[in-house]
Design a protein around this ligand. Structure first.
Ligand SMILES: *[C@@H]1O[C@H](CO)[C@@H](O)[C@H](O)[C@H]1NC(C)=O
Ligand SMILES: *[C@@H]1O[C@H](CO)[C@@H](O)[C@H](O)[C@H]1NC(C)=O
Length: 214
C-alpha cells in the first residue's frame, strides 16, 4: 500500500463502513506496506505473524466457526531482506487440515516466461519454486493475464510478480476459488480479486462469500 500508517478516518475514504477491523505493516520509503481489512460481523481476525514483508491473519467465521489463514506478502527487492523473506516464506508450517491462502507481490517469478523480454534470473526461479514445492502449495492461476507488473516505460518490461497459492486442503474445501485481474488504476501492479464461491442459491447460482483484493 506504500503508506507509513493507516487510521480508520483514512480507511473510510475508500472502504465501506462494514470493514471495521484492520491491521497493517508500514511501508519503508517507497516500498512495502500491507493493509488487511475485514468485516467483524463475518470473521473474527487474529494476527498471528507480522514481519516487514508479510503478515498472517487467522480468520474464524462467526457463522460456522470455519477457520482459515491468510498470509499476504510484499517481497523486498534488495538483499539481505530478499533472502530473509524467502526463508521466512519457506519455513511456514502448514498442517494437512489448514485452509491457508498466500498471496501478494512476491517480487519473484516462477519461470523466465513470466517476463515479456529475454534475460531474467534462472537461479531466482529455482529459489522461489523450491520454497513453493517445499510448502506443497497449489498455485491459483490468474485468469486471462500473463503479467501483473509493468516498469511503466514505453516498450515496457512486463512480469508476473504477484502470486496466489493455497494449501492442498483449501482446494478440497473451496474448489471454486478464482483470481481475476481488475482494471488497472494507478499502480505499476494490476489489482486482483479473489472470489471464493462456496454455496449455491435456490436457482443454483454460486454466491461469492468472500472477496480478497491483493
Ligand atoms: C481439510 O480440513 C478440514 C478441516 O478444516 C478437515 O475436516 C478435512 O479432513 C481436511 N481434508 C483433508 C484431505 O485433510
Ligand atoms: C540471481 O538470483 C540469485 C538467487 O536469488 C541471486 O543470488 C543472484 O544475485 C541473482 N543474480 C543477479 C545478477 O541478480
Amino acid at each position: 500500500m506504500k503508506r507509513e500508517s493507516f487510521d480508520i478516518t483514512y480507511i473510510r475514504k475508500f472502504a465501506p463502513r462494514r470493514f471495521d477491523c484492520f491491521d497493517f505493516i508500514p511501508s519503508v520509503g517507497a516500498s512495502g506496506g500491507i493493509l488487511v481489512l475485514w468485516n467483524s460481523a463475518i470473521f473474527t481476525g487474529t494476527v498471528l505473524d507480522k514481519q516487514s514483508f508479510g503478515m498472517t491473519v487467522s480468520f474464524s467465521s462467526v457463522h460456522n466457526n470455519d477457520v482459515w489463514k491468510l498470509t499476504t506478502v510484499y517481497g523486498p527487492c534488495d538483499e539481505p531482506a530478499r533472502t530473509n523473506f524467502i526463508n521466512w516464506f519457506r519455513d511456514h508450517d502448514i498442517d494437512d487440515l489448514d485452509n491457508w491462502i498466500f498471496l501478494g507481490d512476491f517480487n519473484f517469478y516462477r519461470s523466465l516466461s513470466n517476463r515479456n523480454k529475454p534475460g531474467g534470473n534462472l537461479s531466482d526461479t529455482l529459489v522461489f519454486n523450491d520454497a513453493i514445492g517445499h510448502l506443497g502449495l497449489v498455485e491459483l492461476p490468474l485468469k486471462g493475464r500473463a503479467f501483473t507488473w509493468s516498469n511503466m516505460q514505453s516498450n515496457p518490461l512486463l512480469e508476473q510478480l504477484d502470486w496466489f497459492f493455497t494449501s492442498p486442503n483449501w482446494t478440497l474445501d473451496f474448489p471454486n476459488t478464482e483470481v481475476l485481474p481488475m482494471a488497472k488504476i494507478t499502480s505499476d501492479h494490476i489489482p486482483c480479486k479473489i472470489t471464493i464461491k462456496i454455496f449455491k442459491d435456490t436457482k443454483g447460482k454460486s454466491i461469492p462469500l468472500l472477496r480478497t483484493f491483493g
